[in-house]
Design a protein around this ligand. Sequence first.
Ligand code: NI
Length: 375
Amino acid sequence: MTAHIKDFIEQEFYHFHSHPELSYQEFETTKRLKEDLEKNGIKILPLDLKTGVVAEIGQGDTTVAIRSDIDALPVQENTDLPYKSTVPGVMHACGHDSHAATILGAALLLKEHEAELKGKVRVIFQPAEEAPGGAGTVIKAGGLKGVKAIFGIHSSSLFDVGTLGISAGPNHAAVEKFKIVFTGKGTHAAQPQQGNDAIIIGTNFVNAAQSIVSRNIDASHAVVVSITHFEAGTTWNVIPETVLLEGTIRTYTKEDRQIAKSRLEEIAKGIATTFNAKLDFEWLVELPATINDGPLSDFAKEVALKEGFKVEPNPKSLGGEDFSLYQEVIPGSFIMIGTGASYPNHNPNFKVDPKAIYPATQYVAKLATAYLEKN
Ligand code: NI
């Protein structure tokens, strides 16, 4: 049976990889996961989710959750894999296909040993991690109800197959996405005094915003303020009326997050006042930092070493991960699974070594089982 599970989830991984779906559009992936779970007699919880699925195995008072995300990215795949994406412009370029296969395999292994489980395992296949924020949809639907702790996994090209990255504390950064529009007054390029130049307003804002990291944040802390989109004007002889700016802030601590956000708003308001412009300011994404629980991460490490994995500290990333939303509710640990050297995540050449999947499955099943034995 165990060999059967290994082959089965590898096939499912190839299938998920060749049929990627974008955030909140994971309809076929969800359907297939539900079929796989039901075929094996695993109970699906009746949560109100359009995509994604939550199942449960075992019985008893304590419940521990294991979580996978399932969505792909708007990237045109550039690999030569026999199971490469069949969907133009969409690719599993972050390994969420391997997470789904791994957690599915863990569910099947746990189901085989259901009678011996000392509690319940909640199995979460979450939609829209890349949106980001699909974790919030699962929480709102009641996916964490009664759950005491949660483990999440992510593929990592930084580690070889057989190595796990586990660290307590901050792991992924808080992510803010902002959108700003300054409105001045359009005019002829030769008569700037008749208008209010949106490009001058926008560039002053860009320059001032860079003082947040250099002058408001403790220099020993990791913080990023990036303005990544600047749009104004249509031609050479017209001074534009509006400028659109978008960008992101990345922080690890609540305090830095607060400072950076309020300074950005103050600077935008100040620039609008200085240049007598109208300001529209919106926060489009506000996601907390992923902070791994200490005891839970130590426990994950202990189980990994016992199971013969090599464990490395996980390098901090200023990338985001909506696993943080679960961690706001219950203790959680986010574990990186070595999936072999590759191009970086989100690159069109990104690859997961399929050999990493089954050992990760065994590990996650063991981790959940051991957690229930201990708690
Ligand atoms: Ni990812």
